[in-house]
Design a protein around this ligand. Sequence first.
Ligand SMILES: *[C@@H]1O[C@H](CO)[C@@H](O)[C@H](O)[C@H]1NC(C)=O
Ligand SMILES: *[C@@H]1O[C@H](CO)[C@@H](O)[C@H](O)[C@H]1NC(C)=O
Ligand SMILES: *[C@@H]1O[C@H](CO)[C@@H](O)[C@H](O)[C@H]1NC(C)=O
Ligand SMILES: *[C@@H]1O[C@H](CO)[C@@H](O)[C@H](O)[C@H]1NC(C)=O
Ligand SMILES: *[C@@H]1O[C@H](CO)[C@@H](O)[C@H](O)[C@H]1NC(C)=O
Ligand SMILES: *[C@@H]1O[C@H](CO)[C@@H](O)[C@H](O)[C@H]1NC(C)=O
Length: 351
Amino acid sequence: MDSLSFDTSSKKSKILYTSLALVGIICVVGTIALTSSNSSSPGLQQFQLEVEEFNHFLARHNKLYSTAEEYARRFKVFRDNSAFIRIHNSQAGSWVLKANQFADVSFAEFKSLYLGTKAQAHYTKRVAEENNVVIPDAIDWREAGAVTKVKNQGICGGCWAFSTTGAVEGAWFLANHTLVSLSEQELIDCSRSYGNEGCNGGLMDYGFEFVIQNGLTTEKHYKYTGRDGICNQTKVANVSATISGYVDVTPNNSTALLAALTHGPVSVGVQADQAAWQFYGGGVIDKSCGTNLDHGVLVVGFNRTTVPAYYIVKNSWGPSWGEDGYIRIAIKEGKGLCGIQMMPSYPIVNK
Ligand SMILES: *[C@@H]1O[C@H](CO)[C@@H](O)[C@H](O)[C@H]1NC(C)=O
Ligand SMILES: *[C@@H]1O[C@H](CO)[C@@H](O)[C@H](O)[C@H]1NC(C)=O
Ligand SMILES: *[C@@H]1O[C@H](CO)[C@@H](O)[C@H](O)[C@H]1NC(C)=O
Ligand SMILES: *[C@@H]1O[C@H](CO)[C@@H](O)[C@H](O)[C@H]1NC(C)=O
Ligand SMILES: *[C@@H]1O[C@H](CO)[C@@H](O)[C@H](O)[C@H]1NC(C)=O
Ligand SMILES: *[C@@H]1O[C@H](CO)[C@@H](O)[C@H](O)[C@H]1NC(C)=O
């Protein structure tokens, strides 16, 4: 279809091309050209509006595709996702969706590219009894300065490494050290013998086991590449933070997770392969995700003075996703919404 060709001489397109070198190209997975026989096509005017909206989206997120076929394919995904988002937002609810950086990614691709917690794996449980803990109305560990800025895992199922570093950063800071951003790449490259699988997934507890044995160096020293790499032992030897153990919080119990959060940020597994996560744009999600854990994130606080009460959760999909990179999740009983109470754990730093 002709109307899909884009004018490379326009100013907007030039901006897109010049930014190519910086951001790379979303990987090509087959080609489905958009055809005019698409029965769900709206009128031509609407169609042109959507093309314009799509081009704005590409400029906003510095995206560029290598071929016209890829452009057409991504445009189709974008239109489907935009329709989904419009329908969700037209129904009154406690959270909104938005066409964020994942708006040109299908649900299936999203699942395979951006998640990565091997939640089925076995590990020794060290369950903590959280008795006699006074739980306050609200905690936000960001306000205490215990949380680093939101990071971006890119196209690598290394979420578990970001959840691990976030928890260690918080525990290290709260043991009266300085807040320092720690290396996910070290965990991705070097913790395979602890059960992790780099960009194919891992578990936060395996990450903690690695840190107990090796400590962790800084983000700055062992930089994130977003790819599986060979472990650099010289960098590993430059230790910036250590932990002495970790606690597996009593699962399936909101009281236990809230009590654990009085100690500092807590790593959790969630199911995030749903639209509620992919396009989350703000608010408190209170339904629409399951409990098949596939993503590791970090709970940095909660608020029980609101209805619904919610957890404050740091994600690793960059600061433009959600609420400046965060998501709020309603506190529910049992496994918790998105399974957030099924696998919480946090590290301990010896005083
Ligand atoms: C949850 O944990 C709390 C505190 O650890 C305990 O008092 C309570 O009985 C537990 N609830 C359930 C349903 O197991
Ligand atoms: C909890 O929610 C209340 C009401 O919205 C707000 O005033 C308060 O600042 C929140 N506390 C935290 C720690 O987020
Ligand atoms: C950190 O330092 C403060 C002030 O010196 C002290 O009150 C607190 O107990 C210390 N915390 C830890 C975990 O050592
Ligand atoms: C260790 O890492 C720090 C940054 O975390 C860096 O400044 C220092 O140069 C490194 N030391 C060595 C010997 O590489
Ligand atoms: C390993 O890290 C050290 C210290 O940063 C660096 O000098 C060396 O080039 C790295 N080795 C490889 C193979 O990248
Ligand atoms: C949490 O609850 C689910 C189902 O309700 C159950 O399959 C799972 O084993 C529970 N986890 C633990 C550790 O009890």
